[in-house]
Design a protein around this ligand. Structure first.
Ligand SMILES: Nc1ncnc2c1ncn2[C@@H]1O[C@H](COP(=O)(O)OP(=O)(O)OP(=O)(O)O)[C@@H](O)[C@H]1O
Length: 258
């Protein structure tokens, strides 16, 4: 049996504490699991609970009921147990790229000299060689997202949560970043959960796609992407994938109409 990186067991959640009604629930007894090394995309309409799912995994929110396991372990406090990359890069404009990238290591108690040494050894792999003394404002959107991804890798976790990381990028940079991300994912052997609104992006990147089709979410509709790896962006136009794409769009349409 393959190892699980993430496991939700009957998880319920509502932002309304105290007097609750079932209609406030965002998740209702949701169960699913993610295998070690999988690439999962999550799609669903705005407000369906995708970011809430990430807030629960990172420990920013606690479930009302149920259990969340990371690498088969349940933690009273999940802070720092997974890497997180937000939509906006959140780089500090006054810190150099080196100092920004080293932040998660310093937060974990690694001394500055050692943290800088570790970051420097990775700059080449992340396509950041030569920019370490620059500031975020000097870099393109794609480069800033590479720094942000490096930061999430340096969290030390095998589980990375990426919340629409490429949504602000132009189409060409986005494509380059998608190919780059796949390369990094296989090189570092991470488990990735990736929120996106873009069906083509989800099909190109993922092993499985979770579709949020109802609120509260009580089960995830799951689609397996019928493509082997390595992939080429043109592969998403083969008939098997186009039929999965139509299925996905129909599911999303139904939800938006409700
Ligand atoms: N901190 C909060 N307090 C109260 N309600 C919240 C909070 N954050 C989100 N919500 C509500 O929870 C529901 C799910 O929101 P969430 O942000 O998880 O959706 P989403 O699928 O990530 O949306 P989007 O695609 O627009 O980012 C929405 O109705 C939202 O208004």
């Amino acid at each position: 049996m393959s190892k699980k990186s993430l496991n939700f067991k009957d998880v319920s959640f509502s932002y309304t504490k105290g007097q609750r009604s079932d209609s406030d629930k965002i998740l209702d007894k949701l169960s699913f699991d993610v295998n070690q090394g999988e690439f999962i995309s999550i799609i669903g309409p705005s407000g369906s609970g995708k970011s809430t799912l990430f807030r629960l995994i990172t420990g920013l929110e606690q479930p009302l009921d149920g259990d969340i396991l990371i690498n088969d372990q349940s933690f009273p406090n999940r802070f720092g147990k997974v890497g997180y990359m937000p939509q906006k890069d959140l780089l500090m404009p006054w810190r150099t790229i080196l100092a920004n990238a080293a932040l998660p290591l310093e937060l974990r108690g690694v001394n500055k000299e050692e943290a800088y040494k570790q970051v420097k050894s990775l700059l080449d792999d992340f396509g950041l060689k030569g920019v370490e003394q620059k500031y975020p404002g000097d870099l393109s959107g794609g480069m800033r997202q590479r720094v942000s991804f490096l930061r999430s890798v340096l969290s030390g976790s095998n589980v990375l949560l990426l919340d629409e990381p490429f949504s602000a990028l132009d189409a060409i940079t986005r494509l380059i970043m998608q190919e780059w991300l796949i390369e990094q994912w296989s090189r570092w052997e991470k488990t990735i959960l990736f929120i996106t609104h873009d069906v083509d992006e989800a099909l190109f990147l993922s092993d499985r796609i979770f579709v949020f089709t109802e609120t509260p979410v009580c089960q995830l509709n799951e689609v397996i992407v019928p493509l082997k790896r390595p992939r080429d962006i043109r592969d998403i136009h083969v008939p098997e994938v186009l039929s999965v794409k139509e299925q996905l769009i129909n599911q999303l349409r139904k939800q938006v109409k409700r």
